[in-house]
Each structure stands twice: as structure tokens, then as C-alpha cells.
Design a protein around this ligand. Sequence first.
Ligand code: UD1
Length: 382
Amino acid sequence: MTRLLHVVGARPNFMKAAAVIGPARAYAGVEQILIHTGQHYDPEMSDTHFADLGLPAPDENLGVGSGSQATQTAAVMAAFEPVVARYRPDWVVVYGDVNSTVACALVAAKMGIRVAHVEAGLRSRDRTMPEELNRIVTDQLADLLLTPSRDANDNLRLEGISADRIRFTGNVMVDTLLRLLGQARERRAAAGMGLAKGQYAFVTMHRPSNVDDPDVLRGILASLEATTRHFPVVFAAHPRTLARIEQFGLRDAVRQVKVIAPLSYLDSISLVDTAAVVITDSGGLQEETTALGVPCLTVRPNTERPVTVTEGTNRLVAPDRQSILSAVDHVVHSLTQSQHVPRRPEGWDGHAGHRVVTSLLNHSAGSPDELVNPATGRQVAV
Ligand code: UD1
């Protein structure tokens, strides 16, 4: 019996965990426990995603909620320690780069429980991002590092992490996307909002660097308002962004932009799938747009997901009105003049979750890195 204890806390964790929990059910002798730290707690940031993704209800919700970086991280650690003591899992499986990820990795490692990090090795090399610090620390602590792209393996080796702890498994986010794309398309979210296919921009924005400074946020909002000259703009705003727009008195800066609350996973994918362009600072949307072949403008000076730029549809844009507007103009123009043919990166094939599970089980048993995938009957190299 191998007991896996999965940790989720914030919205981008849910689609990744779903891609591992599902395939792991097919293996006899695997017991799974799901812990929600409660970092995200609004229904549209959490519950609607559980429903869309078919995730089981968490065995426990630690209810930590919001706080400063240190307060939130410490609250997760204090609440998670007795959970680990109670379940004594073989593995604590953590996902992505949010505060819950590093907090639970640190607790488990100190208690002598093995840690597996799904989405290991991504680096923006921007230490002003809380996520970058979370990634570096989590990867140093983890016993098994499961990477979404080859550049991540290189990053880990450069940091001195030994090869026997690293497995290239591919992108679990894309597994969930491909599994649910049919259902998402049935939502016809664009039509439901009166939008024509391929003739609107879909926007999300929530990074502190983009929304916590009134001047930066004003410039971004001005660029979105000006983009409505080309086509309608739908902005699904994170709670923190909505709060900042109100706090800085910027509601009038986006009169033509359709500002809405965060969407469920399926509605979000449905809107992304048929957008002319996605404008975002999200990590996950950079990947989903590349997988779907939809142009993406990422409003950040760097990305920890470089394959979305070199192989996919992503382009980095500075967070000011002029840079965003000229990038939108470029996308509008290159709708007929594409410079390179985007492709899906290696391992973004819908089977990354299986490779994660087989890596975990192989690492548990100490057996060679080959196992039969029960879903396909084929041997999986990990
Ligand atoms: C977190 C992650 C970020 C991820 C994002 C996805 C960290 C450091 N950041 O950022 O990497 O891209 O989730 O959404 O872990 N809030 C609500 N309701 C909620 C959750 C948050 O109103 O359900 C508001 C609160 O005002 C809170 C603020 O959003 O203080 C920030 O929430 P927090 O969990 O600290 O980080 P996110 O910005 O959501």
C-alpha cells in the first residue's frame, strides 16, 4: 500500500492535482488523501473548480485564508503538521509554486516524509516574485522532482540537484485541459456573452507587481480600454484586482471593458479557446494558450515557462499602456501573417499525470523506471 497525500491550496493547484489523482485511482494499492489548505476560499476561486474538475471533496480543509506572505505561509505550516502526523503518508505531493506548496513541503521534509513536487524546476530568475522563492525552496526540499519541460531539468541540475531525484514527466495542466476541452466547448461561453468566435480579447490580471501599484494598474487598464477599439474585451478579475480597482478609484478607467468575476474552469477554457488573444499575467494561461494555439500576451518582464515563448504562442509585454497596445496591434495584424508555426512542447500530450504516478510508485518500490500504464496497457518510461 502506498499512501499519497496531495496538497492543494490555491486555484492553479486544482487542475494539476486532478491530473494526478485521476490516473492514480487506476492503481491497486494506492491510497489517496486530499488536503485543501484553504488559501483560496471564495466559491469562484475554489468550489466551482472542484466541481468542474471532478475532484473529490477534500478529506480536510485547513481554512487558513488570506494574510501577509509570512502569516499565510506560517498558518499553513502550523495547520498542516498535525495532519501529516495523523496520516503518516508515504508521499506528500505538492503542486506548483503557491505559498501552500512551500509551506507543506517544509513541514513534510522536517517530519521525514518524502516530498514529491509536481511542476518542479521552473525558474523566472526574478526573486521579487513570491512564487520564485517558493519554487527554489520547494525544489531543494523535494525528494522527487517532476518536471513539465526539459528546461526545468536543466535548471535543477544547475542548482546541484542530483539527476536521480529528477523525472521529466510533461505538463499535467495540459492533461486536464485535453480531458475537459470537449465539455468546455459545449459551454459556448463566448456566445453566451454575445461575443463572436475569434473576435474578442480575454483578460486576467492579478500579480501584485501589476495590480498593487496604482500607476501600473492605471496603465494596464488604459491599454485594455483602448483595445476595445479592435474588439470587445472581457476581463475576469481576481478578487484582489477587483479590490484594487475600487480602492484606487479606477472603475471609470474601464467603462468599455466587460469586467466580470473569476470564471469557473470550464467557462474560462471555453472563452480562452475561441479568443482572438489572451492578455494575462497568469502562469497557467500561458500554458493553456500554447496548448490551444491561441495568441497570448503575458504582461510580465519574464516567464518561468520559456517554452511557451520559444515553441508556443506566448509573448512577453511590459506592463505599460503603449507596450500592451502595440503588442495587441501586432496580434491583430499577424492574424494573417504568422511568423512561426507554434507547436505543443514535448510531454504536453495528456499523459503527464500517468507519468507522475508511475514515477512515484517506481521511486517507492526502488524498482527500475519502467511500468505498465493500466489505462493504455503500454509500458511507460519515466
Ligand atoms: C495566489 C498565488 C499565485 C497564483 C494565484 C492564482 C501565492 C504566493 N500566490 O495568488 O501564484 O497565481 O494564487 O489565483 O501563493 N482573495 C480573495 N478570495 C480568495 C483568495 C484570495 O478575496 O479566495 C484575495 C484576498 O484579498 C487576498 C488576496 O486575494 O489577500 C491574495 O490572495 P493570496 O492567496 O495571498 O494570493 P493570490 O494573489 O491569490
